[in-house]
Ligand binder design. Sequence first.
Ligand code: PMP
Length: 405
Amino acid sequence: AGERSWEEIRKDFPVLDQEVNGRKLIYFDNAATSQKPLSVIEAMTHYYEHDNANVHRGLHELSNRATAGYEGARARLAAYLGAQDEEIIFTRGTTESINLVARAWGEEYLKAGDVVLLTEMEHHSNIVPWQLLAQRRGVKLRFIPVTPEGTLDLSNLDQLLDGVKLFSFVHISNSLGTINPAAELVRRAKAAGATVLVDAAQSAGHLPLDVKELGCDFLALSGHKMCGPTGIGLLYGRREILDAMPPFHGGGEMISTVTFEGSQYKPSPYRFEAGTPAIAEAIGLAAAAEYIDGIGRARIWEHDQLLAREGLAVLSQIPGIRILGPLDQRAGLVAFTLQSAHAHDVVSMADQEGLALRGGHHCTQPLLRKLGVPASSRASFAFYNTIEEIQRMGEILKKVQTFFA
Ligand code: PMP
């Protein structure tokens, strides 16, 4: 037995073994979406080749297998987060999970004048649903400021939390790489009487996460950022909260009885899963959780930190670079600007060298505006990336910088 090497682990990802524009692909857009190991691809193929049927309704063999696969996936994800099965609602991803809370919980429990606290480093998906709720319900939005270094300014947290009904914050920032002190934030918000939602889109596949230890009420994640398929994610909700929450979407599967006059809803999680769910995707996500825990999230996080340090060291040496976010204590993603070139030129020229970066505002427009950055390029790493790839990125970006200077 013994640990598999990172080199061996990398071979689980068939997509990485290819040339792009005549160069060996370097995939550094993992914060946008991660690659998928064979075990995830095979779990989904196996389901379609052998078990495909609709869930929860048939009394036939295939339907029973599909149901077992789907509910087994729920149990696997519950274990991944230290939750109970009934506390896991499958959604299309982080965005839908946050919209679910804003709609179902927000419209039931928030009224005009109530305060929702966010941070200035939120992804658009943790801003816009609350703005929509503000328009519908007159709820007020408040933001924890971000310092020029790219961390949360918590010096006035007690005042900011005063009277807050809901606090929703990002665990790891997708544009700054900042790791927010989630446990402390949850503890202080709960002490102030707030309900707390954690956006774990960028952390769920990278570090150990236990919702009971964290103490949050809701947690949202996307499968596709943790080696799983697109089209699936989840919302964790504390059981007592979900039991008291009205439905989100109406339709089949979420009701116990329907008459023309009205309906009675099933308990959680079914109440929140109207219609035919993403069955193969849930099975794929469970395979992803299994795969990640097979390597070990503590080991992945340690390796992430190594790649982050190397990424920062290599990027710091490029003339005219500005690195966004904190210089220590950060996740394995680094956004930057080059004095000489626009982010889109950086990304296009990198692509010519087989290097996949992201360019733009990374769905955090208000944050970049505040930092005075119109657009940035971003390199985001995963455990299957290598130090050699990071060094190669350094060479490519030096070329880009010289070309445009
Ligand atoms: N929050 C964060 C921090 C993210 O990085 C992302 C994806 N970039 C999202 C939310 C939205 O995730 P999705 O598009 O999968 O719903």
